[in-house]
Design a protein around this ligand. Structure first.
Ligand SMILES: [Zn+2]
Length: 91
C-alpha cells in the first residue's frame, strides 16, 4: 500500500516529533503545531515502497512540503538558500 492519507499523518507525526523534534527538514526552522506535515525524504512517486518507512519520514512545514513537490531535498535546499526570489515566486 503506497497511498498516503490524513490518518497516516496523524499516526506518524507524534512518532517523528518524539524522534526528531519539530525542526523542518527542508528549511531548518521550527514548525508550529498547525504547520506540521510529514515529509518523505525520497518522494513517494520515486519510492512508493518507502512511503511508510520511518527512516524515510521527517517533519516539515506544510508550505515547504508543498513547494518542494517531487524535487530532491538537495535541489530544494540549494534553491531555498541561494535564491530567495525563486522561493517567493513559487509560494
Ligand atoms: Zn520549512
Amino acid at each position: 500500500m503506497s497511498a498516503w492519507s490524513g490518518n497516516d499523518t496523524k499516526k506518524y507525526l507524534p512518532v517523528l516529533l518524539a524522534e526528531h523534534g519539530n525542526l523542518c527538514v527542508l528549511c531548518g526552522e521550527p514548525c508550529a503545531p498547525d504547520e506540521l506535515s510529514v515529509e518523505h525524504l525520497i518522494p513517494r512517486s520515486t519510492a512508493p515502497e518507502l512511503s511508510h518507512d520511518l527512516d524515510n519520514l521527517r517533519i516539515s512545514h506544510k508550505s515547504c512540503n508543498f513547494s518542494r513537490g517531487n524535487r530532491s531535498i538537495e535541489t530544494f535546499r540549494s534553491h531555498y538558500s541561494n535564491n530567495l526570489s525563486w522561493w517567493n515566486n513559487i509560494q
